[in-house]
Design a protein. Sequence first.
Length: 349
Amino acid sequence: MTREKTPAGTPLPKRRNRKYAYLATAVAVVIGGWSAAWYTARSYVDAEINKAMELAAQGGAELACFERELGGFPFRFELRCKDFVLRDPFGGFFSVATLRAVALVYNPMHVIIEADSPMAAFRSGDSPIQEATWGSFRASVRFTTQGLTKLDAVIETPRFFSSDNPAQGEVTMATAELHLRPAPEQPTDLDVALSFTGLKTGDPTHPGTDGLLVGTVSGAAPLLTGTIPLGLFAATDGVPAIALSQLRLASGEASLSTSGTLKLPSDGYLTGEFPLVAIQPEQSGQVIAPLFPPATPFPEALQGALVSFGKKTEHDGKPAIDATLTLSGGTARIGMLPVAQMQSLYGDQ
């Protein structure tokens, strides 16, 4: 029996075979160690979920899944919860068909959440069950050890309706997005961005309204972690408010845009003064109609006041009107002209 030789005729060293054996052993040890670590971490995560459910039950609430799975080996943790239900101590509930949460093993503080419709929600009292369906829903949630730090959520083709009368009060959209984060310039403030496309409320012939809201709530960033800060609404003397850097609504070629600070005093009536720019003002009612219940006179009243009393101008070569919308004492005004009475958000005073 002869030893294998190299082209030069020298025997191959046995040392090379040993290196391969060492490498194979090292790989096996790493794989085995990683597997053991993953399953240990899985057991910990599963125990924490059980603990959260037990704590909720002790507080009179309920977190439940008809079926629960926790997988994702080797690099992720994937939680799947079929028929997820949340019940609060006061008789309200929230449910979705399936809830999924995914986090990478090396970045567990960033969780991707997905939910499948249908959804049902109910609050205690005489209110009907609110239901919803959608094409897809996904949220990106970032945490620290103190709690939530950033939220980004997107929903496609949602439809919201009441179980008592699905056709009346139905709300549909093409897409909607919500983004929450601490303000980069002032981390104690909370940046809010909300957008939607194709909003309709019960009128299938309406072309749909697109909207964008970008604003900041002073001192509110700690709310993400579940803490109510002493400096909340400090910039508005303790009155709940959002500073709107941009608020825009559009339908077809028509649009309304403004900015300003929207406040909610103790009487529940929204207050603020907002410079309005209305492009194609004769269609302003169509732009804001989906934001109000059917037969509400405010959209037409606002359009009439803008056309009659606003300052005619042009923006981007299109006919436009500049005006000021004032909300105060339960009344909405264009200039000095009342256009609508508003209801208190706190109900009857």
